[in-house]
Unconditional design. Structure first.
Lengths: 227, 112
């Protein structure tokens, strides 16, 4: 009798534990399906933006005056990555860390504008070279006095080229077709928006998948013990 | 499943394995591979292994789906937490969810 009571109590305990586990499993499935939905939506957005970008690029190539396609031939191999990724730890139960795409050109441009402003302020006294005291029979001294001014002039375009080299669009010339700019906008939108979402959704699905597998094993164990 | 910060702290670059229409401008250590008709499968696999296993500064790997199909076994077998591998469409090859390794894992989980 006591043994029957004990086994009944154990059965009730295991069934309530099983119910709890099944509830947790349902919750994890909901999270998993949410991440899946985010991933599929991100792939859809990615497809649209890439299509728009490729279409704009094709239009730009069609309208190009020199009939040279905008491609690898124009690339500047000194270019550094203009977009970087940061992985931030999260306190959320569903996602332990999150990808974030950062535009490094914004911080670079602000640093350069501060730097070039400082350069301009510092170079103001030097922009007026002192006139030669005596006329020079040869061009030697005049070239020396002209050199600091030439160097100043070189500094300013150097600051300008550093700022412009962060934008890959500058590699393709000065008068750029509107379609090339819109292609760049589309591709940059892909990096910042759908790509970030898709990467986070993949991460979330992997973590939730591991939790689901673990919980399924625990459920099977209890079900086997109850048989 | 909390990973130590050392596992992901240095990962900041996006790597790309794609055709000429996809690849981003290069970084000093080349985080990209341009694939054309002459590119061998071993080269693609080598680049994928380099970006996913050898290099510790890659956070996300973008790969065109039609190129991923050439190294499908390797891509499907990659199960590490980092980097995230994302299959993207290319100009001439649209995205097919049936071939996507992420969707294959989903179907496997659902028991299909």
């Amino acid at each position: 009798m006591a043994a029957e009571t004990a086994s009944t109590e154990a059965g009730v305990g295991s069934s309530s534990g099983l119910t709890q586990l099944l509830d947790q499993l349902d919750q994890l499935w909901v999270e998993y399906l949410t991440f899946l939905d985010q991933y599929q939506a991100a792939q859809g957005d990615l497809k649209k933006q890439l299509s728009a970008g490729h279409f704009s690029l094709t239009q730009a190539n069609f309208k190009s005056s020199n009939r040279r396609p905008y491609g690898q031939d124009y690339y500047d191999n000194r270019m550094k990555a203009s977009r970087r990724c940061k992985i931030d730890p999260q306190d959320q139960a569903s996602l332990s860390m999150r990808f974030k795409v950062i535009d490094t050109t914004d911080s670079a441009k602000s640093a350069e504008s501060a730097g070039s402003a400082e350069k301009d302020a510092a170079s103001e006294p030097q922009q007026q070279p002192s006139p030669p005291s005596t006329p020079t029979p040869s061009g030697h001294e005049s070239s020396e006095t002209c050199t600091p001014a030439a160097e100043d002039n070189k500094e300013k375009p150097a600051a300008g080229t550093t700022a412009s080299s962060h934008d890959p669009l500058k590699w393709f010339g000065i008068l750029l077709p509107r379609e090339l700019r819109s292609a760049q906008t589309s591709f940059c939108t892909v990096i910042k928006g759908p790509l970030e979402t898709a990467a986070n959704a993949i991460r979330g699905m992997r973590e939730t998948e591991a939790k689901i597998s673990k919980l399924r094993k625990a459920v099977r164990k209890i079900e086997k013990a109850g048989e | 499943m909390a990973l130590p910060q050392s596992a992901y702290a240095a990962r900041e670059f996006l790597a790309v394995i794609g055709d000429e229409h996809v690849t981003d401008p290069p970084d000093s250590q080349k985080n990209y591979l341009v694939v054309d008709q002459k590119t061998e499968v071993s080269t693609i696999e080598g680049a994928f292994d380099a970006f996913t296993k050898q290099r510790k500064d890659i956070a996300i790997v973008l790969i065109n789906q039609h190129i991923a199909d050439k190294i499908r076994g390797t891509v499907d077998g990659f199960g590490e937490a980092f980097p995230a591998v994302l299959e993207i469409p290319s100009k001439d090859h649209p995205y097919d969810p049936e071939k996507d390794s992420v969707m294959k894992r989903v179907r496997k989980l659902f028991g299909e």
